[in-house]
Design a protein around this ligand. Structure first.
Ligand code: SF4
Ligand code: SF4
Length: 343
């Protein structure tokens, strides 16, 4: 069976560019300067067509653009790539995750027309304008709403993902109602797990100076209890590794038959491994940095046994990932797989 017959879903990072600097996003240092490996890659229509012919796209059921470090709407050929996808396969489910703060309302109308058929565009809007700006730094709330309205009025199906913090949990219900009134079909609240067991998260400017703190939601409705205590894990790494070896994994990559393509054209089993594969070690100023560095190295070691390839110099049809199941569920599985796909 050829590689593409084994996978039905594609998650793609069309670009690693973004005009925002969300403090917990891996593209920057705590909301400040960009990390060096984020290198302004963009997948062009020409490149995309050379990777996937119309025929290749017939078996794809779900195609969504999100990624680790960029916003798909910033990619120069985002609209044209989605036009090509819809033209190639009228039944494929198309999805985009975006902060929505770029492009003109005209562009958003064109996107709604291009996506006609099963699709969803998910906007990351974290409350009303005053709250939103504390996390989605660099975006313009009013422009996002204008763009979303243009998209919805042109026939687009849009939903909201709203990250909940201490600073916006009080406005959740009013915010949800206003978004539904605008025409969004759904508003999903998400309490980020990136605080781990930290009481607050320090936001920095581009020079590394402290600006303000983000705090996790406090109310029972949105509070997320830390599953692990970082200090405990760091102090007992040996026993933690033993627990990883026997922990069950319910692999999303295999269950959903999904692959991940990053903005450089690398093909990986998922965006989590995509991150681990290209990220460089962080300066260890917090416990979480040291653990993160170990996790990255662990994934690099474990997944070096998989035939990870780049679409710019390899033909996807001839690759072989028959050992993926063993890598993600075997006794030598990666820590990242246990963390994200715990069974
Ligand atoms: S909008 Fe997305 S890609 Fe851009 S900084 Fe925020 S989380 Fe990262
Ligand atoms: S974390 Fe591991 S098991 Fe989960 S989707 Fe990624 S590669 Fe598969």
């Amino acid at each position: 069976m050829s590689f593409l017959q084994e996978f039905t879903d594609i998650h793609i990072e069309l670009t690693d560019k973004c005009q925002a600097s969300c403090p917990m996003c891996a593209r920057n240092y705590s909301g400040g300067a960009e990390r060096p490996f984020v290198s302004q890659h963009d997948i062009t229509l020409e490149q995309f067509k050379s990777w996937f012919s119309i025929n290749d796209l017939q078996g794809i059921k779900n195609f969504y653009a999100c990624g680790n470090y960029g916003d798909p709407i910033i990619a120069q050929d985002c609209l044209e790539i989605f036009q090509y996808l819809r033209h190639s396969n009228p039944n494929m489910y198309l999805g985009i995750h975006t902060n929505g703060s770029a492009r003109s309302t005209k562009w958003w109308e064109s996107l709604a027309h291009a996506l006609q058929g099963p699709h969803t565009v998910t906007f990351g809007i974290d409350g009303f304008a005053d709250s939103h700006v504390l996390y989605r730094r660099g975006t313009d709330w009013h422009k996002i709403i204008d763009n979303a309205q243009a998209f919805i009025q042109a026939g687009g199906y849009a939903t909201v993902d709203c990250l909940i913090f201490e600073h916006n949990e009080h406005q959740a219900d009013d915010f949800k109602q206003q978004m539904l009134d605008i025409g969004f079909k759904q508003v999903n609240f998400k309490s980020t797990s990136r605080f781990y067991d930290m009481e607050e998260f320090a936001v920095q400017d581009r020079n590394g100076n402290f600006e303000y703190s983000l705090k996790p939601a406090r109310t029972q409705r949105f509070k997320k209890e830390a599953v692990i205590k970082l200090e405990e894990v760091a102090a007992n790494l040996k026993s933690w590794k033993d627990r990883v070896a026997v922990a069950p994994v319910n692999p999303k990559c295999l269950n959903k038959k999904e692959i991940y393509i990053d903005a450089r054209g690398n093909v990986l089993p998922c965006c989590w491994i995509g991150m681990d594969w290209i990220e460089e070690p962080l300066k260890e100023t917090l416990t979480i940095h040291g653990l993160r560095n170990k996790m990255i190295q662990d994934s690099k070691d474990k997944f070096s046994k998989l035939d990870i390839f780049n679409l710019n110099d390899a033909d996807i049809r001839s690759r072989d990932w028959s050992n993926l199941s063993d890598i993600v569920t075997g006794s030598n599985k990666a820590w990242t797989c246990v963390k994200n796909c715990h069974g």
